[in-house]
Ligand binder design. Structure first.
Ligand code: UD1
Length: 420
């Protein structure tokens, strides 16, 4: 099993170009099932989850081609016959696989998609996805670990108020409603920028989707789609991760290829902590930050602080002068990086969904275990500031969502390498 070796205390400087967003790419790929027309996607991050989604689409019959060098994907499903089944083998490694349910059902009136099952950070049910699809007229049964969904006469637009905010369920229902008869109104939607990227993509395809308010969307279903060229938005979480790296041990680190408007909450909190940054529309320079102050944060749906940046923020809090606090509101089990950070010398206590971080604390290199995607990268950040060497096991978690992580960090003078 591959490991990452990080030698700490090397000052980072230079430029890091942010990749396209994994979380924007996955629902857009799922939505490609709707159309027979050509789809060209640019700035696609070539990470494991994206490759798995492409393999799933190919398995189902999609004519999909990845150009890893150019970071492009082209899809043309003219007259293609689909197997409308998403097997466990794909969905178990990438939960977002369940998002093909909405498009398969809308296009073919029938779908069989594996239940994703739990994952390290929580139970992660799909009840809200199924609630929305039922409102659009689908009949759903669960049997042998699979969701069997049927809408023999197609889906029909409806007014749906989500019982709680879910990114994936909002995406699934937007995609399904794009090919439903009539108009759908969605309330209490997630409004992450990646969902806006999906609605922009679907609008280019010919669907009429309008955001009526922060959490309200109108979708006018479409029957004939248009050819589309679309650029994936930047990865907000990757950008946040590298800004934190700069705050931890950067001298002049330029994070480019971003849209600062989508990072307002993160920037506000980092400024409050005393992180020294020069902010521009499409790039941020993180300068040397000498005194980091403690803060209290809570994770929330967008525009709140993202749960996907919680573990990385915790590492920065080990450098703050005083006691910081994190309240994790999205996932019930997302502090699994804490025991690993403690092994490196961090002073962190947890109680339920609260973590208290006492700083400043010098971290010491150790052999640690990655448990999920964002936890893995927090251990890389910890390794960058620790004394001596840190070895991170189970880096396959990291490969699911970070494109060229080692290459980007090495380019900025980090000492990081992969052990095979
Ligand atoms: C997406 C992101 C993930 C991020 C998360 C929260 C992708 C591919 N993944 O995941 O990186 O951490 O948003 O920002 O975009 N829930 C239910 N029932 C459901 C659906 C969700 O109870 O049917 C719960 C979940 O268990 C969780 C909360 O709702 O506690 C939010 O989950 P959700 O927003 O759906 O996250 P994902 O779409 O899975």
């Amino acid at each position: 099993m591959q490991k990452l070796k990080v030698k700490g205390k090397n000052i980072l400087s230079g430029e890091i170009k942010i990749s396209g967003s994994k979380n924007a790419t996955l629902p857009i790929l799922a939505a490609s099932i709707l159309s027979e027309k050509k789809i060209d996607l640019k700035r696609v991050p070539i990470v494991k989850d994206v490759v798995t989604m492409c393999r799933l689409l190919k398995y189902m019959g999609s004519n999909i081609k990845i150009n890893s060098q150019k970071k492009c994907i082209s899809i043309h499903n003219k007259n293609k016959k689909f197997k409308n089944i998403a097997p466990y083998a794909f969905v178990k490694t990438m939960r977002a696989g369940v998002i093909v349910l909405g498009s398969l059902l809308a296009r073919f009136g029938k779908a069989k998609v594996s239940l994703p099952g739990g994952c390290a950070i929580g139970t992660r049910p799909v009840d809200i996805h199924l609630f929305g699809l039922k409102k659009l007229g689908a009949k759903i049964k669960i049997k042998n670990g699979y969701i069997f969904a049927e809408a023999t006469h197609g889906l029909t637009g409806a007014e749906i108020k989500f019982p709680s905010i879910s990114v994936g369920a909002t995406e699934n229902i937007i995609i399904a409603a794009s090919l439903a008869k009539g108009i759908t109104y969605l309330k209490n939607c997630a409004c992450e920028p990646e969902i806006k990227n999906l609605t922009d993509f679907l609008n280019k395809m010919g669907v009429k989707i309008s955001w009526l308010g922060k959490r309200k969307i109108k979708i006018v279903g479409c029957k004939k789609f248009k050819q589309v060229n679309h650029e994936i938005m930047f990865d907000r979480i990757e950008a946040g991760t590298f800004i934190i790296a700069g705050a931890l041990i950067g001298k002049k680190l330029k994070i480019s290829g971003i849209q600062k408007n989508f990072l307002n909450t993160e920037i506000k909190i980092l400024k409050k902590m005393g992180v020294n940054m020069k902010i521009n529309k499409d790039h941020i320079n993180v300068l040397y930050s000498s005194k980091i102050k403690p803060v209290k944060i809570k994770t929330e749906p967008y525009p709140g602080f993202p749960t996907d940046l919680q573990a990385q923020m915790m590492v920065l809090m080990t450098k703050a002068r005083g006691k910081s606090q994190i309240k994790e509101n999205i996932f019930e089990n997302r502090f699994m990086h804490v025991p690993e950070l403690r092994r490196m010398g961090a002073k962190i206590n947890t109680s339920g969904n609260l973590s208290y971080i006492n700083g400043p604390q010098n971290l010491n290199g150790a052999e640690v275990m990655a448990t999920d995607l964002r936890a893995s990268v927090s251990l890389v950040l910890a390794g960058l500031i620790a004394n001596n060497e840190t070895v991170i096991n189970r880096v396959y978690h990291l490969d699911r969502g970070y494109e060229d992580l080692e290459k980007k960090l090495k380019h900025c003078r980090a000492k990081i390498s992969r052990i095979f």
